[in-house]
Structures are given as structure tokens and as C-alpha cells.
Ligand binder design. Structure first.
Ligand SMILES: [Zn+2]
Length: 101
């Protein structure tokens, strides 16, 4: 039987305070930067549909001088394979836990 590693983001809703702290410490960027990325993607995708790449994510990461390798690795580990997936798979459970920025 294959071992299915649960995505960290899917566990967010069940995490206690200490686990959430650890989750935030291990983010590839600051919490504000990640939330800024979600806002940016939602705004961009309203104007233009996702072409199923992470072009808008890349744009945001470059503008904010974040570490693209680290950020995109974290996003794809959590199911965010393209801009619209980052919103549906990561931003949604994130907002459910942390609220709207
Ligand atoms: Zn997409």
C-alpha cells in the first residue's frame, strides 16, 4: 500500500497552537508575504484565467524578492501546482484558519 503523506496545509484545521507556531516558523516566507501572494493571485486570476502555470506566483515572488525555489517547493508540496491551485488548495484552508488578511 502506498504511503500517502498528508499535506501540511490539510492538517492546519486540526493543529493546536504549538503546531501552528511551528507551521508558521517553517514557512518559506513571512506570513504577511504569503497572505500578500494569495491576495495578488486572486486579483490577477479575476482579470485573467489561470493558464495552469505559476506565472503570477513567480511575478509576485520576484517583486518581493522572495526565494522562488523555497516558495514554489512549499506550494507544490501542498498541492499548489499552478496559480489557481494555490488559491483553491492553499489559500482556502489557510483563510479558514487564519482569517482574511
Ligand atoms: Zn491553474
Amino acid at each position: 500500500m502506498p504511503i500517502i503523506k498528508k499535506r501540511e496545509i490539510e492538517m492546519l484545521a486540526q493543529m493546536n497552537g504549538e503546531e501552528i507556531e511551528r507551521f508558521l516558523e517553517n514557512l518559506p516566507a513571512t506570513k504577511d508575504q504569503i497572505e500578500g501572494l494569495f491576495d495578488f493571485l486572486e486579483m490577477k486570476l479575476e482579470a485573467q484565467p489561470c493558464n495552469h502555470t505559476n506565472r503570477f506566483t513567480m511575478q509576485y515572488v520576484m517583486q518581493n524578492m522572495m526565494d522562488f525555489g523555497k516558495v514554489s517547493g512549499w506550494l507544490s508540496n501542498n498541492g499548489g501546482y499552478c496559480d489557481c491551485k494555490i488559491v483553491s488548495e492553499i489559500s482556502v484552508p489557510w483563510t479558514a484558519t487564519f482569517g482574511d488578511s
